[in-house]
Design a protein around this ligand. Structure first.
Ligand SMILES: [Zn+2]
Ligand SMILES: [Zn+2]
Length: 75
């Protein structure tokens, strides 16, 4: 287990993430590895999906309706 130091305290990766990492705007779980920045929010790549067909959204191509994400086909 890797220890990271912050604020002069040592944390394991999980506790470090819990304290300092962003939460996913889709599932509200903590983001540990890859995250995607869109709409000023952070997302798991697998959570940044069309609200209708649940398919991943291609880069930069999404539509926002009532705060929900849709792709070109479903919006
Ligand atoms: Zn997520
Ligand atoms: Zn869709």
């Amino acid at each position: 287990m890797i220890i990271k130091a912050a604020d002069n305290h040592a944390y394991c990766v999980h506790c470090f993430a819990e304290r300092f990492n962003h939460k996913c705007a889709g599932c509200h779980e903590i983001l540990i590895d890859t995250c995607l920045l869109a709409l000023d929010k952070h997302w798991h790549p697998c959570c940044f999906i069309c609200n209708c067909c649940r398919r991943p959204l291609p880069n930069g191509e999404y539509y926002l309706v009532d705060d929900k994400l849709y792709n070109l086909d479903c919006h």
